[in-house]
Design a protein around this ligand. Structure first.
Ligand code: SAM
Ligand code: SF4
Ligand code: F3S
Length: 523
């Protein structure tokens, strides 16, 4: 899963004056933390505070931290330190830490960062207004890190401002307990929302102009486990190569959610549905069939993209990681998927340097890249995490070997991605425009004409396309077609087509998303 960071700031009303204060949020970690920061921002905005992307003008500063690798924790804690001497209107900001770091560290973090005012966890985000109220009243060292012990999970997505793309939590927690992973300890046990609740949530979002959603959970394809299938949604026994997995007949399941989204007339405005993340063990035949073309029984809105973390190409290492899947099964799943949808863009997560990993194991991971032909990979050097089963194994792959394997893996993947991206040149692709490109230079392939800006969007397969926006409109949040003219290993370049989709895009009053969250990869 992509690892990310975000920026946003509370108010000290002057005497008798209604001065709105500001809050700033910095986010590390995965999309779940990004979605949680959206929620924090929405709650603080409802409390009467304004967002800022400058921590120096914020009265309330939040760090939403990630603890998946040791380096990420250090980054969050050292970032905290940089805020301790800030002052707004002669007063120190109120500083809090949340997310997986808050959940894991609880009050122990006050020893490392005594200037910190409060700590909150992954299940107490909705109590943030209460926490902020208390610290503004002068209380210090407040800790809100209890897990919600109820079996149900019910929520409503909150975002700030209008957006064309939105993250929607459909389940939370993880029951897999892979031996290296801290997430089950920071996010608790798996719980899923009910399909009907998700549909009502999405209907509200569609009405506000959302065009693309990403369904979120640590393992979305085990969605529905334990939830009764209250409506007759053709309950099927979920099968995969390994056997029966995930929810059973009579329980709601993830393919049923996808099909219900496709069929709901209130969700016409939502054109694309993505999801992340998933586990090969719950990647059922029924889910693979959703990737078929709509005429062949597939889910029309499901994008041609799959992020299916595999972690290693070696069965010996997979077994030590407690992944409970074998590489042959994973390859068979990928083959079946490509049979149904040859152009699907597949990405994965990989760990190198897991305890006892040999060069031979590593070569099996390289061979897996060649076999599956990923569009992109997220690769990490193994980092022992406290309390996990793998922490008890000797961390016997030296750091220089881990880094060398990481570099070789990334280099190998770049060559594969180059070939895959180059094969798209000449194709016409539909993209959802996300805004101006960070890099205003279109590579060596094209000059950028004066008075025009380079914009970027994503294809259904999640490939980034940069193009010159020669239209009178900003186009952010609109679907347009581009003809692909060039490619690198990381992105495509295209030419905006002035066709019927373009005519619709420039005539529509679609929302222009306000960029409130910035992201940073912490590895
Ligand atoms: N639930 C998802 C899954 O199973 O793929 C995402 C898990 S985690 C938030 C994202 C990625 O971080 C994992 O897929 C794994 O590659 C990596 N990761 C987790 N624990 C790690 C560790 N101790 N050291 C290095 N990488 C780790
Ligand atoms: Fe971590 Fe494994 Fe759960 Fe993913 S499935 S969050 S890697 S324990
Ligand atoms: Fe995500 Fe990091 Fe937590 S990857 S679930 S924010 S430990």
């Amino acid at each position: 899963m992509a690892q990310q960071e975000s920026g946003r700031a509370a108010g000290a009303p002057g005497e008798g004056q209604e001065q709105r204060g500001k809050y700033f949020i910095r986010t590390f970690g995965c999309q779940m933390n990004v979605a949680d920061s959206e929620r924090m921002a929405a709650l603080l905005t409802e409390q009467g505070l304004d967002p800022t992307d400058n921590p120096k003008e914020a009265e309330v500063i939040l760090i939403n931290g990630c603890t998946v690798r040791e380096k990420a924790v250090h980054k969050a804690v050292s970032t905290l330190g940089t805020y301790q001497n800030f002052e707004v209107n002669g007063r120190k900001p109120l500083i809090g830490i949340g997310g997986c770091v808050g959940q894991l560290e609880k009050d122990s973090i006050f020893k490392r960062a005594p200037y910190l005012d409060f700590v909150f966890g992954t299940d107490t985000i909705d109590q943030l207004p209460e926490i902020v109220y208390r610290v503004r009243k002068g209380e210090r060292h407040i800790v809100y890190t209890d897990f919600d012990k109820t079996r149900d999970y019910s929520t409503e997505t909150k975002v700030v401002g209008y957006k064309a793309q939105a993250f929607v939590n459909i389940m939370k927690g993880c029951d897999k307990f892979c031996t290296y992973c801290i997430v089950p300890f920071t996010r608790g046990r798996e719980k899923s929302r009910l399909i009907d609740e998700v549909l009502n949530d999405l209907a509200r979002m569609a009405a506000s102009g959302v065009r693309e959603i990403t369904l979120l959970g640590q393992n979305v394809n085990s969605f529905g486990k334990g939830n009764p299938n209250e409506k007759a949604r053709e309950p099927k026994e979920l099968q995969n190569i390994i056997g029966k997995v995930g929810p059973r007949a009579g329980e709601e399941n993830f393919p049923q959610l996808l099909r219900a989204i496709d069929a709901d007339p209130r969700l016409k405005g939502i054109k694309r549905v993505r999801f992340t993340s998933s586990h090969p063990l719950d990647f059922s035949d029924e889910l693979i069939e959703c990737y078929a073309r709509a005429e062949q029984g597939g889910v029309a809105k499901l994008t041609g993209q799959l992020h299916l973390p595999v972690q290693s190409g070696s069965n010996r290492i997979l077994q030590k990681m407690g992944r409970h899947h074998q590489i042959e099964n994973y390859i068979a799943q990928m083959d079946r998927l490509r049979e149904l949808n040859p152009d699907v863009g597949i990405s994965t997560d990989l760990i190198v340097g897991f305890p006892t990993e040999t060069e031979e194991d590593f070569q099996q991971t390289i061979a897996l890249l060649d076999r599956v032909q990923y569009d992109s990979i997220f690769a990490f050097a193994y980092s022992p995490r406290p309390g996990t089963r793998a922490e008890k194994l000797p961390d016997d792959v030296p750091n220089d070997v881990k880094n060398d394997r990481l570099n070789r893996l990334l280099k190998h993947q770049l060559k594969i991605a180059e070939g895959r991206y180059a094969s798209r040149v000449g194709h016409v692709m539909e993209i959802l425009v996300e805004g101006e490109a960070k890099n205003q230079n279109l590579g060596k392939t094209r000059e950028v004409p004066e008075n025009t800006r380079v914009f970027m969007g994503r294809t259904t397969c999640n490939r980034i396309v940069n193009f010159v926006n020669d239209s009178p409109r900003n186009l952010t949040g609109q679907f347009v077609n581009v003809k692909i003219t060039g490619a690198t290993a990381l992105s495509l370049q295209g030419e905006l087509l002035h066709d019927s989709a373009f005519a619709e895009a420039i005539s529509s009053r679609g929302p222009i998303p306000k960029p409130l969250i910035t992201t940073e990869v912490v590895q």
